[in-house]
Design a protein around this ligand. Sequence first.
Ligand SMILES: Nc1nc2c([nH]c(=O)n2[C@@H]2O[C@H](COP(=O)(O)OP(=O)(O)OP(=O)(O)O)[C@@H](O)[C@H]2O)c(=O)[nH]1
Ligand SMILES: [Mg+2]
Length: 127
Amino acid sequence: MVIRVAAGIIMRDEQVFIALRSQDKHQGGCWEFPGGKVELDEEPRAALVRELEEECGIQVNVSSPFQLIRHDYSDKSVELHFFKVTDFDGEPHGKEGQEVAWVSLKDLTSYTFPEANVPIVKALLAA
Ligand SMILES: Nc1nc2c([nH]c(=O)n2[C@@H]2O[C@H](COP(=O)(O)OP(=O)(O)OP(=O)(O)O)[C@@H](O)[C@H]2O)c(=O)[nH]1
Ligand SMILES: [Mg+2]
């Protein structure tokens, strides 16, 4: 079974907002672009809007599809719908207590992301 996920690359002034996945989660200890599982009968973009409100406390105004990545981890397969989020209301924060950071694009490589994110980080650096 493939798990569909929507994740947001929240951008402001050449910086991107990332969050630390807690140790008890899949890929725990890795940094992530906030987001989560797409529910049955839910559009990925709707899941993005819902998850970013739940996890970061923001209201997404403008998002655009960035990349779709299929990745098989040893324990699960994911289909990640990445969106760039370029306009939002509210100040992103770790609403669920997670550690967060605003990072310059050029510094993204200093952070460990899940394996599936490698092409995303590359693409952001190349942009
Ligand atoms: N949010 C997010 N998940 C990612 C990224 N990269 C990546 O491989 N994943 C994987 O995609 C899945 C996302 O699920 P999640 O744990 O965020 O889901 P969720 O917010 O619904 O939370 P839940 O764990 O409480 O059900 C996880 O297996 C996670 O390891 C990423 O950049 N952001
Ligand atoms: Mg999540």
